[in-house]
Design a binder for this molecule. Sequence first.
Ligand SMILES: C[S@@+](CC[C@H](N)C(=O)[O-])C[C@H]1O[C@@H](n2cnc3c(N)ncnc32)[C@H](O)[C@@H]1O
Ligand code: SF4
Length: 493
Amino acid sequence: MKIQINGNINEYYVQTLCMLFFSGVKFSKTDNGESDGLSADVSVTDFGTGAAATVTLKTEKGIATCTHSEQKSIGAKVSAEQIACGKAFFEAGKKLTGITPSWGILTGVRPAKLAIGGIVDETSKKEVRDSLTREYLVTPKKASLVTEIAAIEKKLLEKADTSACSLYISIPFCPSRCSYCSFVSFTSAKLLGLLDSYLIRLCQEINQTIDCIENLGIKIATVYIGGGTPTTLNEKQLEILLDTITARIDPSTLQEFTVEAGRPDTITSEKLNIIKNHGVTRVSINTQTLNDDVLEIVGRKHTAADFYRAFEMARKAEIPVINTDLIAGLPGEGFGSFSETIDAMIKLRPENLTFHTLCIKNAADFAHNKANINAWHTFNETSKCVDYSQLSAKNAGYIPYYIYRQKNTVDNLENVGFALPGTEGLYNIYMMEEIHSIFAVGAGAVSKMVSRDGRTIERIFEYKYPYEYLAETNGLKNEEKVKKINEFYQNIW
Ligand SMILES: C[S@@+](CC[C@H](N)C(=O)[O-])C[C@H]1O[C@@H](n2cnc3c(N)ncnc32)[C@H](O)[C@@H]1O
Ligand code: SF4
C-alpha cells in the first residue's frame, strides 16, 4: 500500500489506520510494479482553532474521499490533527470497504489504560464510555467492555505496590511450532539441544538480576515464567530452574507465581508436582480450541483429550489457579465449533479463561500461505465467536479483568482475560497497565523500567536468539544491563 501524507501527522499512525480496513497490508513508498493497488492520500491542515483532514483511499475496486474538521480542546489527550485525520480516514474506509471497525479509531494496544484515568465513580464511568464513542468512534458495546475492565483494574491496582517490581523469565522453546504462532520461540532440534546450556546461563542471570533488585531495595510482587512453552524443560531442568528462583525468593512473600505451562503434550504429573512444590500459584494449561480437526490444521500436536488429561493432572496437583487460553478465528473453525469449545470450557471451570482473537504476523508460518490469508480475509464469524465467549463467561460468573489489542487481528478484535472473582492474574494487569518495572531475563526478554509516577518508561532489550544469548554476542551484556537499570533508578525513578 502506498501512503502519501501532507501535513503534521505521524506516518505510523496512518499505517495503523490503514490496518483497520486492510489487515495484513504491507507498506511501500512508491507505486511500483509490486504495488497491491491500494493507496491512501492524507492531507491535514491546522486552521488555528482546529484542524481539517481530507483522506482519499483507493483500491482496485474503487475510490473514496472524506473530510473532517475537529476543534482544538483544552486538555485533550490527542491532537485535533490526529482526531480529524482518524475520523476522515474512518469515514473513507467505511465507504470504500463497508467495514465499520468496532474499536473505531482507537488504535492503541492498551485501551483500558486510556479509560482508567477518567474513572472515579458511576457517573464518570458513563462519561468515559460516552467519550470513547464520541471521540474515538468506538461502538457502545466495546466502550462498555473496556470501561468495565478499567473499573475492575482500577480497584485491583489500588492495592498494588507501585514501588515493587515483577520478574519475567523467558523460555523461548517449544516442542514444535504452531502455524499461527507469532511469538519468538525455537523448535529446531539443534536449538532444543541447547536447553541445558541455556538453563545454566539463565540461572546465572536470574541470580544477577535478583542481586540487582535487592541492591535497589525493591520488593518482587510477581514472578512469571513464560514462553514459548516453559514445560518444554524436562523434570530435572524444571527442578533446577525453580530451585534457583526459590533459593532467592520466598514464594510466600509473592502475590503471584505463574508458570505458563501451555501445550498439553509437554505436561506430566511429575512436572506439575514439581511446580506445585515450589510454591507456584498459577499455571496455564492451554488448548486454544477443543476441535481436534482444527488442532491438527494449526499443528498443535495434541488433542482435546490430551488437554483434558493435562487439566485433570493440574487439578490433582492442587495448583490454586489454572488459566486456559483460547483463540477465536483459527482456520477451519466456525461459530458452531468454537461455541462448543466455550460451552465445554465453562463447564470445566478453570479459574481464568483468556480469550484471544487470531492475529497474523509475518513471524507466523500461517502468514506465508496465501490460501490461509484469503480464507482469513473472508472469514466473518469471528466477531460472533468473540461476543459469545465474553457473554458466556460473564453469565457463568467470570469477570473481564484485562484487555489488550494487537495489530492485524481478525476484524481488529481484542484479547480479554476473564477470572472468577479473586483469582485475577495480577502480572497480566501490572504488565499491561505499566504500573511498575518488569525485570526480564533470558533470550528475547525485554525489561521495562517504569518510573514511580508511571510517566517514564524505558525498555531494555537483551539478546534476541538463544545462541546469541549463550555466546553473548549481538546484545547487551549483563553488566551493561545492570548499569542501565541502576542509572534508571538513580536518575529517573
Ligand atoms: C506466549 S503464547 C504461549 C502459550 C503456549 N506456548 C501455548 O501455546 O499453549 C500465549 C498465548 O498467546 C496466544 N497466541 C499465540 N499466537 C497467537 C496468534 N497468532 N493470535 C492470537 N493469539 C495467539 C495463544 O492463546 C497462546 O496460548
Ligand atoms: S502457540 Fe505456544 S506452543 Fe505453539 S509455537 Fe507458539 S508459543 Fe509454542
